[in-house]
Design a protein around this ligand. Structure first.
Ligand code: C5P
Length: 224
């Protein structure tokens, strides 16, 4: 069986990572959550009190910080590490969600992350989710899926994810955050969030996770 790249892009909280993770497990592929990487950079800048507009300091930080993933044997989850320390819970907090899109517009940040993502996927056999995988990171991905869902459904899912981790956030705050991020992500100059011409659209508003996974696996079967 040949190894391919599966690119799953789309709006925030559509179920991209849940789907991507399950598809990767099914195929024995690596899963790379590129949003976690932008969240990791954001966490680093906030913790080092680096102003997002101070480009020389942001560039210096990009040279210093090390983003890696470590597999948690208990959960099977790939967890984001910043400078070797697992920071998975920290990067999911609302304070990071509230700033990450501002960090993700910075061209130097995008260049550094895209380079690393291309290195991580160079042997193919990966499922990568994000905003620009099918357009910029792997424009030659064999399977490209673009996910969307209505904002209320997305916000309810996100609220439940945060609640499980002990963070109770009002629904309106989450809706506002999703809409703000979608707007910044779609309108930025550098590799904006958009559907690649050859990506298939998947609206997850009214389907189950299993149906999402089957949809992607069917696309995979059609190219293998
Ligand atoms: O996927 P997740 O919601 O964790 O992504 C967080 C943020 O990271 C997005 O809102 C977007 O600003 C940024 N991002 C990006 N390009 C990617 C993945 C994520 O700009 N490939």
């Amino acid at each position: 069986m040949k190894n391919i790249v599966i690119a799953i892009d789309g709006y925030s909280s559509c179920g991209k990572s849940t789907t991507a993770k399950a598809v990767a497990a099914e195929l024995g592929y690596a899963y790379i959550d590129t949003g976690a990487m932008y969240r990791g950079v954001t966490l680093y800048l906030l913790e080092h009190n680096i102003d997002f507009e101070d480009l020389p300091r942001v560039e210096e930080a990009l040279h210093q910080l090390h983003i890696t993933f470590k597999r948690n044997r208990r959960t099977g989850r790939n967890e984001l590490c910043l400078d070797g320390v697992i920071r998975e819970d920290d990067i999911r907090q609302m304070r990071i969600s509230n700033s990450v899109s501002e960090v993700s517009v910075i061209p130097a940040v995008r260049h550094a992350m895209v380079r690393q993502q291309q290195r991580m996927g160079r042997k193919r056999g990966v499922v990568m989710d994000g905003r620009d995988i099918g357009t910029t990171v792997f424009p030659d991905a064999e399977v490209k899926v673009f996910m969307t869902a209505d904002v209320h459904t997305r916000a309810v899912r996100r609220q439940m994810e945060l609640a499980v981790k002990g963070e109770n956030v009002p629904l309106d705050d989450i809706i506002h955050n999703l809409q703000k991020r979608d707007h910044i992500d779609s309108t930025r100059a550098e590799s904006p969030l958009r559907r690649a011409a050859d990506a298939v659209l998947l609206d997850t508003s009214h389907i189950t996770i299993d149906e999402q996974v089957d949809f992607v696996l069917e696309r995979v079967s059609s190219v293998l």
